[in-house]
Write a protein that binds this ligand. Sequence first.
Ligand code: PLP
Length: 381
Amino acid sequence: MKHKRIFLASPHMSGKEQKYINDAFVTNWVAPLGPNVDAFEKEVAKYAGSTAAVALSSGTSAIHLALELLEVQAEDLVFCSSLTFAASANPILYQKAIPVFIDSEPTSWNMSPIALERALKDYAAKGRIPKAVIVVNLYGQSADYDPIKQVCDAYEVPIIEDAAESLGATYKGRMSGSIGKFGVFSFNGNKIITTSGGGMLISDDIESLNKARFLATQARDEALHYQHSQVGYNYRLSNVLAGIGRGQMEVLEDRVIRKREIREYYHRELASVPGVTILDEQAYGRSTHWLTTMLLDPKQVGIEPVEIIKVLEENNIEARPIWKPMHLQPLFKQYSYYSHAEDEDISANIFAQGLCLPSGTNMSDLEIDEISNIVKKLISV
Ligand SMILES: *Cc1c(COP(=O)(O)O)cnc(C)c1O
């Protein structure tokens, strides 16, 4: 083994977390509630520019509760970005609802407003309006919400903003996660900041968030005895983990800056190679570049992304394919899919031609240099 493993994106602690963890131990708030949870919720809500937030055990549980709050039930339709991690779409199946997958547009890789409009028009003609649209902000970059919202508003469909990968990004001056009716963050180990595992649901609708808190705590009615009138979940975040989150929030802006530097570095090294595209930041906002992603034009580059991933792995470096689109997944292939153009499947092409480069904020410039050199050599032969 040549050197220590370089991960795609690994937890990056700042040293500020321990104080909050110690507080939890000293005060014995070792429970799924407590002062760290309350403060972490306030800090994230303030940062994201939303009225309030509910800390949860994962981003997935936040999406699930958002669907519950929008009263998504069996046989209801929910539209969802196809190019995403399965966690965006799994909660639709928890509700026994029917997902409809929407393609990407080619510039940001996020939901195509054109495909969305076609899908909404088609289903509206059949008298079937979706209960929600889950819009994913991929790899640290916001989707283009103005056209997406315009289409959704025309049919009065609420947006759940899956901002699990885009905490710290902006869209036209607004913080990512604050644009939809509900916003979802994840603090899983690979995200820009982490609590080892955790999530957050944000909204300006306080009443809904209070209901989320209730549902996340086993839906226990207000009574001394244990009384329940509906199904609840155990989805609250530990006060110890919320302590990690508070320490991480103190360095979130530093992490965004470093992620952007990493992407800049790769861009400088690789973007001039014929056939290589490093995904760009769109003019409408700041991308955190949570992961730097690269596309290889098969007409100009003689090597497949999987080959590059394999060679990097031989050098103890972790790179990954782009998320496999949901409409190509065995689990979801029976559901309908609307591509960007009738004869152009953008997300399938991105999946076939793209890869994610190691983007951990704890990586050194020397390591980025080594990765770039390996990739450059492979592509140039
Ligand atoms: C990570 C992620 C989630 C899920 O978050 P967890 O905290 O792991 O449950 C949801 N959507 C997207 C796009 C993600 O990347």
